[in-house]
Design a protein around this ligand. Structure first.
Ligand code: ADP
Length: 398
C-alpha cells in the first residue's frame, strides 16, 4: 500500500483525502474529509472513514487551524498522518495557465509560478497556495506535488484554444481557452482504449464529465483537441449552478441595467444553470420534480440535454470518426435518463445505447452500447483524488 494525502483547498473550505494509491477507482477512500466555513461564524469538520462519519462543529479561524483540527481528529481515530505511512502530498491546483502541462513537484519556484497565475484564477489559485503552504509546514519531510486542472488541455490546437478577439488584448491578458477538469478527462479517457480493445494511439473519443460542474472533451489518439470550458470553468455545458455558454452581451446588458460585476459573477456561477431554471441543482431532486411534472424542472432538463447534444455533435464532426463516448462524474455515472436522452435517436450516426445495459447500477467501468453500435458508449467512474494521489506517489519517485 502507498498512501498519499490529497488536498483541494478553497477559499473557505478544504477537502482532503488519504488515499491508498493501489485501490480501485470505485472504492471509498481510506479517509475523506471536508473543513467548511473557515473564517466564518460556523466552522465545521466532517470526516468519513471505515463507513463512519464524524462531525465537529467549532469556529475555524484559518486553513492551518482547519488542517490541525482534521489531523488531530484522524490521529485520535487511528487513521491520521501519525499512523498511516504517507508517501506524498498531492495538491489540486485549478489554474496552471500555459506554464504547467504536467503535474510537478512543488519547489519555491513552482509556488512563485502558481502565484504568477493568480490573475487568471483570482478566487482559486490563492486558496490553493494557502493549502500548499499550510501542508508544507505540517509535512516538511514529504514531497508535495501540484496537479493542475488545466494541464491535460495543453495539447489544444490554436484553432480550438484561441478566441476570435483582438489578439493583442488576448496576449496582454492571457485570454484563451485553457479547459478544466483535465485530471478527470485524462483519468477516464486513459482507461477507454483497453475497455474497448483498441490501441490508445488509434482511439478517438469524447468524454462527458457531468457532475455539479460539467465539461466535455474531444480526444484524438490520447491528446485533447477541444473542450467546453474556456478561460474559466463558466463556459460550455449547462451545469448545476453555472450557466455554461451564454451570449456574452448578456453581461453588458445586465451591467448597464445597474447590476454590479460581482453580482453578475455570482448570478452566472452560483445561481444559474439547472438551479437557475428549476431552483435545485441536484439531479436526484430534479428527477423527482420531473416525475411530478414540474414545468420548471422540465425546462431545465431540456435545456441541459439540448446543450449537451450540441457539444456531442460538434465533437463528432471535429473528430471525424468516434470510437467511444464516455460518461463520468455524479450525473454521468448515475443518471441513466441523462445518458439515454443525450444519445437518443443517433442510430444513423452509429450510436446505439442498450436500454438494459444503461440501467445497470454504477459499479465500475462498463459498456452500455449494443454489440452492433459502431461507437462504443461507456460509463467510467472518475476519481480525481485517486488520480492526484497516484501522480503524487509517482512523482515522489516511489
Ligand atoms: P462535483 O465533483 O462537481 O461536485 P459530482 O461529480 O460529485 O460533482 O456530482 C455531483 C452531482 O451528481 C450532484 O449534484 C447530483 O446532481 C448528481 N448525482 C449524484 N448522485 C446521483 C444519482 N444517484 N442520480 C442522479 N444524479 C446524481
Amino acid at each position: 500500500m502507498a498512501y498519499a494525502l490529497v488536498i483541494n483547498s478553497g477559499s473557505s473550505s478544504i477537502k482532503f483525502q488519504i488515499v491508498d494509491t493501489t485501490a480501485d477507482a470505485s472504492e471509498d477512500p481510506f479517509v475523506s474529509g471536508v473543513v467548511e466555513q473557515i473564517g466564518e461564524d460556523g466552522g465545521k469538520l466532517t470526516v468519513k472513514t471505515g463507513g463512519h462519519k464524524h462531525v465537529v462543529q467549532t469556529p475555524i479561524a484559518n486553513h492551518t487551524e482547519g488542517l490541525d483540527l482534521s489531523f488531530n481528529l484522524l490521529n485520535d481515530l487511528g487513521v491520521g498522518p501519525d499512523q498511516v505511512d504517507l508517501k506524498a502530498v498531492g495538491h489540486r491546483v485549478v489554474h496552471g495557465g500555459l506554464l504547467f502541462s504536467r503535474p510537478v513537484v512543488i519547489t519555491d519556484e513552482v509556488l512563485g509560478m502558481i502565484r504568477d497565475l493568480i490573475p487568471l484564477a483570482p478566487l482559486h489559485n490563492p486558496a490553493n497556495i494557502d493549502g500548499i503552504e499550510v501542508a508544507q509546514k505540517m509535512f516538511p519531510e514529504l514531497p508535495h506535488i501540484a496537479v493542475f486542472d488545466t494541464g491535460f488541455f495543453h495539447t489544444l490546437p490554436p484553432a480550438a484554444a484561441l478566441y476570435a478577439i483582438n489578439n493583442r488584448v488576448a496576449g496582454d491578458y492571457g485570454i484563451r481557452r485553457y479547459g478544466f477538469h483535465g485530471t478527470s478527462h485524462e483519468f477516464v479517457s486513459k482507461q477507454v482504449p483497453a475497455l474497448i480493445g483498441r490501441d490508445p494511439k488509434h482511439t478517438r473519443q469524447i468524454t462527458l464529465h457531468l457532475g455539479n460542474g460539467a465539461s466535455c472533451a474531444a480526444i484524438h489518439n490520447g491528446a485533447a483537441i477541444d473542450t467546453s470550458m474556456g478561460l474559466t470553468p463558466l463556459a460550455g455545458l449547462v451545469m448545476g449552478t453555472r450557466s455554461g455558454d451564454i451570449d456574452p452581451g448578456i453581461v453588458f446588458h445586465l451591467y448597464r441595467q445597474g447590476i454590479s460585476i460581482d453580482e453578475i459573477d455570482d448570478l452566472l456561477n452560483r445561481k444559474s444553470g439547472v438551479k437557475g431554471l428549476a431552483g435545485v441543482n441536484d439531479f436526484r431532486v430534479l428527477r423527482e420534480m420531473i416525475e411530478d411534472d414540474n414545468q420548471d424542472a422540465w425546462a431545465a432538463y431540456n435545456v441541459y440535454i439540448h446543450n449537451l447534444r450540441k457539444y456531442i455533435g460538434a465533437y463528432m464532426l471535429q473528430l471525424g470518426r468516434v470510437d467511444a463516448i464516455t460518461f463520468t462524474a455524479g450525473v454521468g455515472e448515475n443518471d441513466q435518463d441523462v445518458r439515454w436522452d443525450a444519445l437518443a435517436g443517433l442510430e444513423n450516426f452509429g450510436i446505439k445505447v442498450d436500454p438494459e445495459k444503461n440501467k445497470l447500477p454504477n459499479d465500475g467501468p462498463r459498456i452500455i452500447s449494443t454489440d452492433d453500435s459502431k461507437v462504443t458508449v461507456l460509463v467510467v467512474p472518475t476519481n480525481e483524488e485517486l488520480a492526484i494521489a497516484r501522480y503524487a506517489v509517482a512523482l515522489a519517485g516511489l
